[in-house]
Design a protein around this ligand. Sequence first.
Ligand SMILES: [Fe+2]
Length: 530
Amino acid sequence: MRIDEVGRSRSPVHPQALVPSVPDWHQVGGFRRTRSAFNGFPFPCEVLAMTRSFHRFLPFSCGWPTCFCLLAMLWASAHGSLSAHEGDHEHPAKPVAPAEAHRPSPLPDRVILSIGDDPTNSCGITWRTSSDVAHGFVEWAEATHGPEFRLKPSRIEATTSALVTDLNPAHFHSAKLNDLKPATPYVYRVGDGANWSEWHPFETASQQPESFQFLYFGDAQNDVLSLWSRVIRDAARQAPKARFMIHAGDLINRPESDADWGEWFRAGSFLHATIPSVPVPGNHEQAKNEDGSRRLSHHWRAQFTLPENGPPGLEETAYTFTYGNLRVIGLNSNEKIDEQTKWLESVLQQQPAPWIVCTFHHPIFSTAKERDNKALRDAWKPLFDRYGVDLVLQGHDHTYGRTGLIDGNVPETLSNVPIGVRHTDPQSGTVYVVSVSGPKMYNLAPDSIMERSAEDTQLYQIIEIAGDQLRFESRTAIGSLYDGFTLTKLPDGRKQFQPRTDVIPERKREKPQTQLPESKAKEEPVLPGK
Ligand SMILES: [Fe+2]
């Protein structure tokens, strides 16, 4: 024990005082591994002491050099046997089973903040626990410079629902915070009263039309933890004050896969808990019934707490909110298109904000081959034209494409990819964007109305609303500016479109693939308009 103490403190103790007892001496391997100060190798004074002690206990007499050699042989033998012992216990690495990797516990996980009906005074919060947590609570308070906000937080009980996934049973807890103050920093935590998350910060929207940024992501979908995580994290680095994040469908690949959803939550980590999410479902959030019909993934409503102000039957998949002087309309392009068309027009008729952004999954103008969504275009584009929707944010085609200002004059006879025609009006109309944030990539259609496009590029978008200007940036996974433009609303109501020129070269394959990627070939066609 004294050697141990000396080894750690490096106190100048005489070697004679370091003589170990006999029982210790027979445990050279253990001595070497646990008591030396220098990563297992005996300290010189320890060697000297051990040699002296060893010499004293030998049943025959010998000189100091001989004794030292014997000691070295003994040490080497012990070391060798120890190494062999360690080798016996080496096992090849094995992957952790998905059920274990994504197993819920009493500790809250998958905490996500969602946009509220009125972001100036409300928000939604959802999290997951194991199914033995029967009651979940949200505590919140106005944030303070120090930790004093903890002294008197407000508390509400969440609504708890059970979900038996393909991996594990779980409880999802959902709560809405209302009556918050505008433009106020808050903190919240979630838990069962004994097991709590950390305090997550967030801020309500201002009632004044202040400048702000938000993020938009096309399909994340595949290898979400491995390859999409860097995209959302770089987006947060580039726009750390983003007020919400739009996910334009296909967040994951398999609608009822708990592992896929687990990866999505881990990829975004605390960003999900602090920047409100605005997700709309894609075809990969549509699960198949036994009769072949499609329905929304059971995970969707369990794990998001979104506005329920859309058409009946499409709660939390089609909804709208106003943030400052921007109206956002999220649509579910998978089903009930007629119902949503009527609802969309009613929302546009009551338009209370000068800027309008619509988001949904299937693009009005496809960027990829043989993926036209004519029924959707016929239903919604006339409304975008009539009510002057400024920007439409979409996904699905695993490429990038951005139009100029497309007005209502695109002839019906034109297909999705009119050859050699640019029916754009620089002073009115709508900008349509298709983007992809995950790693799955398709081919671009050879002829397109897109003014800027990309293949094989993971992108995210930062959009800023600043008075009479909308500034759009599309950035690659490493933050390079790939595309951008500024829309300016002129006093007479017209729009001015100004593309950015300080962008990196366009990224397209030199030799377009003639065959569809395997993953695309296997994908079932989606028929919006049903
Ligand atoms: Fe899709």
